[in-house]
Design a protein around this ligand. Structure first.
Ligand code: UD1
Ligand code: CA
Length: 453
């Protein structure tokens, strides 16, 4: 069986964080989830995750079918793998991954695993870097066989010129892994059991080491501090945005759009600067998203315009709508086609039918709004009585005058008109004018008070 061993017990001291390192978010999701998804996609038969520092937090945050293995004290990557040996049979192959190297791809891991058999119990994943500074170099003989890995600090000038480096990821047969792990010691600078030392044992035991490689360094980048996390985030964002552009999306500045989830888009979609797309977002043909808008779990159908500074979450927007600027659409909002929602309008858990307009400064919550309705400035659905939420129903072609309060539960009939400034507590009949308003009076000859001296 093929078993992934994901090392995720380290504290991540250099992050200086209360959050375990492997839970630090990359594009909005814990780094560890990317590694687990890659392993699952290989596919592996089982994933063993070694946790230690913040183990409870990690277990709670990650809802994946994995086997948790505790490493209560962290004495190095070799020590971490040692904790998993009880789960490994001799004929298993272990695929060793790092919880802080999130962007490795399943295809690459598949290539790596394929290299392992009885005659080749260890295979390494290597990468060739422009600047290999700091990495262990892969030393090969004239038959291109791996002879050893030399750490940067121990390398000769000739070896330092080697640009092929060890990623740390490897595939190993269970039988040999068990023997080699037993032979590890901690006689090194950090006093830790280094997993990477098993490479030397493999060569010493007379096995040829095969290597898989990737031409994409991003797959092998590890995160040890917040600078590296930010660098990986930017590189990953760049890649996602490039994919969207290739699929026909115009991105005004590829460095200023962030995707924290899965985005699908039709043709001729335009994203302005500062746009953040989270969760699952679909943008239909011709949709434009204005500057500094945040869309989370949103579907926008074709040719709708999201104007700047719009915030929408858990929302469906139909065709040819015009939203914002400064609109806030909260979960459960469903807008049919040609709806207009203007500035400083908040909508929550409401269905708005085709052609209706809510253009300024309104709150529409727990409401059903018919077609071609006009909701004036300052209209509020009073949906909450302090204990329960109630619905407001507004019929087709109704006109709700400015600054009206609709005290739910209440219904406004089709074609009804509500006079501005009304407080509507009872159903307003269809086709009629309803208003509740104190009569306007004028006090003749009234004098403004004057200041005493
Ligand atoms: C390690 C590798 C290095 C490789 C790099 C890949 C060793 C000695 N070095 O270095 O060859 O290029 O990863 O990024 O293996 N961990 C545990 N338990 C421990 C120690 C670490 O689970 O006792 C986990 C950490 O949580 C982390 C991973 O192992 O996810 C790597 O540990 P880290 O300390 O970051 O190793 P590096 O110095 O980066
Ligand atoms: Ca690391």
């Amino acid at each position: 069986m093929l078993k992934a061993i994901v090392l995720a017990a380290g504290k991540g001291t250099r992050m200086k964080s209360r959050l375990p390192k492997v839970l630090q978010p990359l594009a909005g999701r814990p780094m560890l989830t990317y590694v687990l998804e890659a392993a699952e996609a290989v596919p592996v038969d089982e994933t063993l995750v070694v946790i230690g520092h913040g183990a409870d937090q990690v277990r709670q945050a990650i809802k994946a079918p994995v086997t948790w293995v505790e490493q209560s004290e962290q004495h190095g990557t070799g020590h971490a793998v040692a904790q998993t040996l009880g789960h490994l049979a001799d004929e298993d192959v272990a695929l060793i991954l790092y919880g802080d190297v999130p962007l490795v791809r399943a295809e690459t891991l598949r290539d790596l695993v394929r290299l392992v058999d009885e005659a080749h119990p260890l295979a390494l994943l290597t990468v060739t870097l422009e600047d290999p500074t700091g990495y262990g170099r892969i030393v090969r003989d004239r038959h291109h066989q791996v002879v050893r890995i030399v750490e940067h600090k121990d390398a000769t000038p000739e070896e330092l010129a080697i640009r092929e480096v060890n990623t740390g990821m490897m595939a190993v047969r269970g039988a040999q892994l068990k023997q080699w792990i037993e032979r590890l010691d901690s006689n090194n600078a950090q006093g830790e059991y280094y997993l990477t030392d098993i490479v030397g044992f493999c060569v010493a035991d007379g096995f040829e080491i095969h290597t898989a490689t990737t031409d994409d360094p991003l797959e092998t980048l590890g995160v040890n501090d917040r600078l590296q996390l930010a660098a990986l985030e930017r590189a990953f964002q760049r890649r996602q945005v490039e994919r969207l552009m290739r699929d026909g999306v115009t991105v005004i500045d590829p460095a200023r759009v962030d995707i924290r989830g899965v985005v699908t888009a039709g043709q001729d979609v335009t994203l302005d600067v500062g746009v953040i797309l989270e969760g699952s977002v679909h943008l239909g043909d011709g949709v434009t998203v204005g500057a500094y808008s945040v869309l989370k779990n949103v579907v926008v159908e074709s040719d709708s315009e999201i104007r700047p500074f719009t915030h929408a979450e858990g929302v469906r927007i139909g065709k040819n709508c015009q939203i914002g600027p400064y609109a806030r659409l909260r979960p459960g909002t469903e807008l049919a086609e040609q709806v207009r929602v203007g500035n400083f309008v908040e909508i929550k858990n409401a269905q708005v039918a085709a052609g209706s307009k809510i253009n300024h400064l309104a709150y529409v919550g727990d409401a059903t709004v018919g077609r071609e309705v006009n909701i004036g400035a300052g209209v509020i659905t009073c949906n909450y009585d302090g204990a329960n939420k109630h619905r407001t129903v507004i019929g087709d072609n109704a006109f709700i005058g400015s600054d009206t309060q609709l005290v739910a539960p209440v219904e406004v009939g089709a074609g009804a008109t509500i006079g501005a400034g009304s407080t509507i507590t009872k159903d307003a009949p269809a086709g009629e004018l309803t208003l509740s308003r104190a009569k306007q009076v004028t006090i003749k000859g009234w004098q403004r008070p004057r200041k005493d001296n």
